[in-house]
Design a protein around this ligand. Structure first.
Ligand code: PMP
Length: 414
């Protein structure tokens, strides 16, 4: 849910690229349920398969055909995925992936990016948004709880490093190599909505370092899978040991998935008695999500990803014009179907840089814009535009005009 004050927008209905709230406002939807609706709303083929499947089989403890079909599709497309298991959210996928990596490596500690987001598991939530007064030294960042009540013993299991700083990352992993067996990263960058992207060289160095130190590398592609037909890993040509997925692979229904090479995935195997990691769940691999996911993913042929990239570029060019025309300091950063409007002076490279560049003026404008854009007919989260195949060129042009008006309104309100 998106929390807006004084109350949230209550959704009533949606169609294609548009969403209508309970007050009767219809807006172009650039959130697409946190990047899960790759085809926008109510894609005909997806709605049809959901209706048919609902009449046939809602859920069962037995696997069903759609699970196999979706698994085969992911195995064919995603380089690191030879075997895959399904669950119900990205959070759950990361939780299970960590269990698998621990069982495989034999070491309990996990390393992740300072400022990285991987869902609601409290271990991985730590230091998601740390403040400068507490974050500690850059080469040994303090691990800070995200929620009150998080056990200190859990925080002791986490090690942090910064994005795009190869030397420090290598040094931190080397120093902790006897205890860290797992490294998790969203290969597209820092975390959803920040617009801070990973350099390919950094990902390559991380792959080389984890391999050398015997650590399991997890790519959290829960949202970055939308970057290309073979995910971000296919686009950059770097293959992790485990990939976690979610969002778009469910076609709009709840889903999570953990995939990897046969050797790592063998921790789940029941072939030789008790598996090292026991994984089950009431709704895992449920036929509704599997059917919707397979249908939505089948429609995402390579040309569709190219179309999304062209759409993203059209939007990026237009938003850059909007910044110039309204004399607003800022940048537009784009990766395929993800476009971010940043009001910072430079383009941030890591969490601390992003945090430091959020001066009160920058933060105030960033906080104000989603509301102003909502008034102009756009549904946008954190100044990030998540594309979908339902969005037309006309929608993009209307968006650029609406953002320009919102920037003018923001200036007048200053
Ligand atoms: N990982 C990443 C990179 C995400 O962006 C998200 C969701 N925003 C998650 C994990 C968690 O997924 P879910 O909300 O399905 O639990």
């Amino acid at each position: 849910m998106l929390v807006t004050k004084p109350h949230p927008f209550y959704a009533l209905s949606a169609e294609g690229s548009y969403i209508t709230d309970a007050d009767g406002w219809t807006r172009i939807d650039w959130v697409n349920n946190f990047a899960s609706l790759i085809h926008g709303h109510n894609k005909r083929e997806v709605v049809e398969i959901i209706s048919q499947q609902a009449a046939r089989l809602l859920s069962a403890t037995m696997p069903a055909e759609w699970e196999v079909r979706l698994a085969e599709l992911l195995v064919e497309r995603i380089p690191s995925v030879e075997q895959v298991r399904f669950m119900n959210s990205g959070t759950e996928a990361n939780l299970i992936a960590i269990k698998a990596a621990r069982a495989f490596s034999g070491k309990s500690k996990v390393a992740k990016l300072e400022g990285g987001y991987h869902g609601q598991y409290d271990l991985l939530e730590a230091s998601y948004v740390p403040s400068a007064d507490r974050w500690g030294a850059r080469d040994c960042p303090a691990v800070l709880a995200h929620n009150s009540g998080t056990p200190k013993s859990l925080l002791d299991e986490l090690v942090l490093f910064a994005l795009n700083d190869i030397a420090t990352m290598r040094e931190i992993l080397r120093r902790n190599a006897s205890e860290v067996g797992t490294v998790i990263i969203d290969p597209s960058g820092l975390s959803l909505g920040t617009g801070v992207y990973a350099d390919r060289e950094f990902l390559a160095a991380l792959r080389e370092t984890t391999e050398r130190l015997g650590m399991v590398l997890i790519f959290d592609e829960v949202w970055s899978l939308r970057s290309g037909y073979r995910g971000t890993q296919g686009a950059v040509g770097i293959t992790p040991d485990i990939t976690t997925m979610g969002k778009m692979i469910g076609g709009g229904l709840p889903i999570g998935a953990v995939g990897g090479k046969r050797d790592v995935m063998s921790v789940f195997s029941v072939d030789e008695g008790e598996p090292k990691v026991k994984h089950s769940g009431t709704f895992t691999g449920n036929p509704m999500s599997m059917a919707a996911g397979f249908t939505a993913m089948s429609l995402m042929v390579p040309e569709m990803f190219e179309m999304l990239a062209v759409q993203g570029q059209r939007l990026t060019d237009g938003l850059r014009r909007a910044l110039t025309d309204t004399n607003t300091q800022g940048h537009v950063v784009n990766r395929g179907s993800m476009t971010n409007l940043l009001f910072t002076e430079g383009i941030p490279v890591d969490y601390r840089d992003l945090y430091t560049q959020q001066t009160p003026t920058v933060a105030a404008l960033a906080a104000k814009m989603p509301k102003l854009m909502a008034t102009e007919g756009l549904h946008v989260l954190r100044n990030m535009f998540v594309g979908s195949t339902a969005i037309s060129d006309d929608d993009v042009d209307q968006t650029i005009a609406a953002v320009t008006r919102a920037l003018v309104a923001a200036r007048e309100a200053r």
